[in-house]
Design a protein around this ligand. Structure first.
Ligand code: PLP
Length: 394
């Protein structure tokens, strides 16, 4: 491990965390209700009450030793079976528990998958804008991130740019749809073409190229939009899932990796994932939440609140003159900065106690991310402040 790099990662907080801490400081100074904090993706809708009841039941009725004991390293069999059954019922697939590995959330799913599948010096394609931690995760696995910008204004894949990025060193391509920070959902056409492009690249470069689909927002889509299920379109697929957002459990650290059985080498990839989980010291995913999964696997929190927030914020901000990507999913609004430097725009917003994140760390300049997983009432209260901010530009 590069100790210098670890130290500098620890010393330099992410821009999102930095703003979040600034927001907490301002809230203490001028009152919570006077700060419009749109910095972080912490769900504001509580986990379903059935989940709370199930946790209480497990804690009071089940054996404490079984409840809190280690599970097997890939995860409790009942949890993996429940996930496989749920996916099979929803997506007409044929997964089994042997294709699943339970993890401490999507971040762990990604670090484990990248460590297992990327060799030192190999490249990993990221579609920009992307979740900033991807570069940290890829580099820690010894890989080199290669950013490929998506197309404005729909933020679908730019296949010419993707073709330029793929080469004999490409080990993996990460997608995240619904996307943080753009809210865009890759269409079926994009995913189909992506599958074809990667199959052709595997042929051309004579190597495996994994499609790592990071899906913490899979269920968070609005207006009847469908998220194509990627294993239907490309065989060498790994899904990194998490219940952080769909069940509002980001602090509990629970998710999974699915290795598609359509991959001719899936057993080798799965063994690598078990090995990486072991080498990284994860031991097993949180046992209590694994035990609750069979009951709650098909539930979500009340995501209708996010759809209402999306409509309110998108309508209000575009009405004031801002340009934004229309978000079909996740809970972020990606707004074009009305001045070239998004950092200056974000600083100006602070004058009105509005906190949003400049896009530079998402691998794309000139935008800001507004996280709308807040109360609808916060959005309503923030609109006069947004109006004053808009008046500085339009
Ligand atoms: N991937 C994306 C795109 C995210 O937005 C996040 C969290 O915000 C993660 C991964 C990490 O999620 P988790 O909390 O499940 O580790």
């Amino acid at each position: 491990m590069n100790t210098e790099r670890m130290r500098s990662l620890g010393e330099k907080r992410s821009v999102i965390r930095e703003l979040f801490e600034y927001g907490n400081k301002r809230k203490a100074e001028i009152g919570k209700e006077n700060v419009f904090d749109f910095s972080i993706g912490n769900p504001s809708v509580p986990a379903p009450k059935e989940l709370t009841e199930e946790l209480c039941r497990i804690l009071t009725e089940e054996s404490p030793l079984a409840t809190h004991g280690y599970t097997s390293a890939p995860g409790d069999f009942a949890a993996r079976k429940a996930v496989a059954d749920d996916l099979n019922a929803r997506f007409n697939t044929s997964f089994g528990p042997e294709h699943l590995y339970m993890t401490c959330g999507a971040a762990a799913s990604l670090t484990i998958s990248l460590s297992a599948l990327v060799k030192d010096g190999e490249e990993v394609v990221l579609f920009a804008p992307f979740f900033p931690e991807y570069t940290v995760f890829v580099e820690t696995a010894g890989g080199k991130p290669v950013a490929v910008p998506c197309k404005w204004p729909d933020f679908q894949i730019d296949f010419d740019k993707l073709a330029e990025a793929l080469n004999e060193k490409t080990a993996a391509v990460i997608i995240n749809s619904p996307n943080n920070p753009s809210g865009a959902v890759f269409s079926e056409e994009s995913i189909k073409k992506l599958g074809e492009t990667l199959s052709a690249a595997e042929e051309k470069f004579g190597r495996k190229i994994y499609l790592i689909s990071d899906e913490p927002y899979r269920e968070l889509v609005y207006g009847g939009i469908k998220v194509p299920f990627v294993t239907d379109y490309y065989n060498d697929t790994i899904i990194c899932y998490s219940w952080s957002k769909s069940l509002s459990l980001p602090g509990e650290r629970i998710g999974y990796i699915l290795v598609s059985p359509e991959n001719s080498d899936w057993k080798t990839a799965y063994a690598g994932i078990c090995g990486a989980g072991r080498a990284l010291g994860f031991v097993c995913a949180p046992a209590l939440f694994q035990h609750a999964i069979p009951k709650c696997v098909s539930m979500t929190s009340d995501i209708s609140v996010y759809e209402k927030n999306r409509d309110l914020l998108y309508g209000a901000l575009t009405g004031m003159g801002f340009e934004a990507v229309h978000p079909d999913g996740a809970f972020y609004l990606f707004v074009k900065s009305p001045e070239p430097d998004a950092n200056a725009f974000s600083e100006k917003a602070k004058k009105y106690e509005i906190l949003f994140v400049p896009s530079d760390d998402f691998g794309m300049e000139g935008f800001v991310r507004i996280s709308y997983c807040v109360s609808t009432e916060q959005i309503e209260r923030s609109l006069p402040a947004f109006k004053k901010l808009a008046e500085e530009y339009f």
